[in-house]
Design a protein around this ligand. Structure first.
Ligand SMILES: Nc1ncnc2c1ncn2[C@@H]1O[C@H](COP(=O)(O)OP(=O)(O)O)[C@@H](O)[C@H]1O
Ligand SMILES: [Mg+2]
Length: 398
């Protein structure tokens, strides 16, 4: 049998149970008591994984989706049998625990398989928002003043200036961020702290709320990464009593009116001076937290022009047209090209084999599709026979 020279990419994810977005497909938008601005039938998580597989195939890779379905042995089997050249790591949690995302990436290291995106270290660090902020502060990257606590009984001379925002220190994707997260006095602060500690556990961050423009900055590549055009969040249509922020509902719930009142604009219209400051801060934050390949930073710009980093997101969402991919598209990088570039960064790190790129300069900035023609793998991917059934589907299991 002829050897297929195309690199073999396993698009790995972990999905079990219901998909809430599947259920939304049954909702008739006419039953809502407001007029939705956006489609309420958003893509399901499976649609998103399949889109990555399809795009990589389109770019000439052999790509297969594998759902580990909360089964660690399945991960071991797929690495041992299929011997992928690269794992495209889309695993964000394991056993419902986002902190175990780190340990899945650690297994790729243990098995010596190349994978896309951040190392376990960066994933773990950035999940601890307080620790990340300590590090950012240490290297002079502005981040809002804050304290962290496990206890709602904090002294009233805490030294922070209202308004404050109370948020779980180890959640992401706006979990625990709601209208009521922003507090203006000590009593409300204690009430909210009690609620967040009960609901999410500690530690909890109490942070100065920066009442300025919100910019999300996507970065692509390494040494240094390329800063993609900034995305701005427009809160101007929110009701007056609603604090200008991306709450959980605004981000994820198409059945909530607020979801249709917060809009992203890319590229954000910002001055050259602000762009320079933001880019400098973004690259510094990416490097000091040891992000890799792609990341997204959430920033609020105070009225004096200081860009405050709220958090660093390694391996951010790659849904087509949204957030990271919106910025990539504005930079002129197609969805499939951007995914292929991410695969190529990982291929360069393959632990062994003739294909370790030595003669060509590594893909860093200025995505050029001519540079991302798939290269031949060091060894023919094994296990084709055993995984034949799932190879034919878009997102198979083993
Ligand atoms: N200190 C802050 N000042 C202003 N807005 C904030 C602050 N912290 C969080 N927010 C708002 O809450 C959203 C979610 O907070 P973030 O720190 O990015 O956590 P995550 O996205 O992981 O839930 C931000 O996008 C922003 O709108
Ligand atoms: Mg965020």
């Amino acid at each position: 049998m002829a050897t297929d020279p195309r690199p073999y990419v396993i698009v790995l994810y972990n999905h079990a149970g219901d998909d809430v977005y599947e259920q939304l497909r049954c909702v008739d938008p006419r039953t809502l008591d407001f007029k939705p601005e956006y489609d309420i039938r958003v893509s399901t998580v499976m649609d998103e994984y399949n889109a990555v597989v399809r795009a990589l195939r389109h770019m000439g890779y052999r790509a297969r989706g594998v759902n580990i379905t909360e089964d660690i042995k399945k991960l071991e089997r797929v690495i041992k049998r299929s011997k992928p050249d690269v794992i495209f790591n889309l695993v964000e949690h394991f056993l419902d625990d986002p902190e175990l995302e780190t340990h899945i990436a650690a297994l790729f290291e243990v098995y010596g398989v190349a994978y896309t995106g951040a190392t376990p270290f960066a994933l773990s660090l950035c999940q601890k928002k307080g620790l990340t902020k300590d590090i950012l502060t240490g290297v002079g990257v502005p981040t809002p003043k804050f304290l962290r606590t496990f206890d709602a009984e904090i002294p009233d001379d805490h030294g922070l200036q209202y308004p404050l925002i109370v948020k779980p220190a180890r959640e992401d994707a706006s979990s625990g961020v709601e209208q009521a997260s922003v507090v203006n006095d000590y009593d409300t602060l204690k009430t909210r702290l009690t609620y967040v500690i009960d609901e999410w556990g500690g530690p909890v961050l109490v942070e100065e709320f920066i009442l300025g423009r919100e910019l999300h900055i996507a970065l692509l590549g390494n040494d240094p990464p390329e800063v993609l055009p900034p995305i701005e969040w427009d809160f101007s249509e929110l009701p007056e009593e609603y604090p200008p922020l991306i709450s959980y509902a605004a981000k994820w719930n198409p059945l909530a009116e607020v979801y249709h009142k917060v809009h992203s604009i890319c590229p954000a219209s910002i001055s050259d001076e602000l762009r320079e400051r933001v880019e400098e801060v973004a690259i510094r934050a990416f490097q000091v937290t040891e992000c890799r390949d792609y990341a997204r930073l959430d920033i609020r710009v105070a009225n004096d022009g200081t860009p405050y980093v709220l958090e660093v997101n390694p391996n951010p969402d790659l849904t087509e047209g949204v957030s990271f991919m919106e910025a990539a598209a504005v930079a002129g990088y197609e969805f499939d090209e951007t995914l292929a570039a991410i695969v190529e960064y990982a291929l360069e790190r393959r632990p062994t084999g003739a294909l370790k790129v030595t003669s060509e300069p590594p893909l860093k900035t200025g995505l050029d599709p001519a540079n991302i023609t798939p290269k031949a793998p060091s060894t023919p991917p094994a296990g084709e026979g055993t995984d034949q059934a799932s190879e034919t589907g878009e997102a198979g299991t083993v």
